[in-house]
Design a protein around this ligand. Structure first.
Ligand code: SF4
Ligand code: SF4
Ligand code: SF4
Length: 190
């Protein structure tokens, strides 16, 4: 008898919970703007907050409501501005940073103690290195978000300017910056 009562109680409980969840899903669902979704799709998804919003999605929602300009995403650069402008059907503006230069994280390897705090903080896996070993940045993966910069206990991470965007340079390591001449082209070894 007790068993029947318990089963009955659980059935009623689960039924009520299901009804409550169904009611909430129907009446309190958040309808995402389709434009915000499209804008979010072309953002880098670094979630670095440099645009002044908590993340890419929040920035996209602000743009969709015409509350934010299209030039606030530093990691995205000019190509992202162009894509955002195309979606919103408005003229593209020039990226706030110098379009010929781009910041990339650089690790002073002689100061690195291999704590891995930087690689754990990098949202795009642009830092490689094993625990207690030297870490280094894969330059053409770095999106300039700067999230790693403040995590380093020895202060050995800084941002350096590189002449072109990663998809445009033929460039091995940020540590080779000294090999660039004034024209922004690498000096070729003879
Ligand atoms: S600056 Fe760009 S990548 Fe960073 S959170 Fe904002 S939209 Fe995302
Ligand atoms: S290396 Fe640093 S600056 Fe570059 S993407 Fe990773 S966290 Fe951001
Ligand atoms: S946070 Fe600094 S010390 Fe730690 S692994 Fe990264 S570069 Fe090296």
């Amino acid at each position: 008898m007790n068993l029947v009562l318990i089963i009955l109680l659980f059935t009623v409980l689960f039924g009520l919970t299901g009804a409550l969840l169904g009611f909430s899903a129907h009446h309190f669902k958040v309808v995402e703007s389709p434009v915000a979704g499209k804008l979010n799709d072309v953002l880098p998804q670094t979630q670095c907050g440099q645009c002044g919003y908590a993340g890419c999605k929040q920035y996209a929602e602000a743009m969709a409501k015409n509350e934010a300009g299209i030039d606030l995403c530093v990691p995205g650069g000019q190509s992202t501005i162009d894509a955002l402008a195309a979606i919103l059907n408005i003229p593209a503006v020039k990226a706030q940073q110098d379009s010929d230069l781009r910041a990339v994280a650089f690790i002073e390897e002689n100061l690195c103690i291999g704590c891995s705090k930087c690689s754990n903080s990098c949202p795009v896996d642009a830092i490689v290195g094993a625990s207690k070993m030297i870490h280094t940045v894969i330059g053409n993966r770095c999106t300039s978000c700067r999230l790693c910069e403040t995590t380093c206990p020895t202060g050995c991470i800084s941002m350096i300017k590189v002449p072109k965007r990663p998809d445009e340079w033929n460039f091995c390591y940020p540590s080779l910056k000294e090999q660039f001449d004034n024209d922004g082209k690498p000096e070729l070894e003879n």
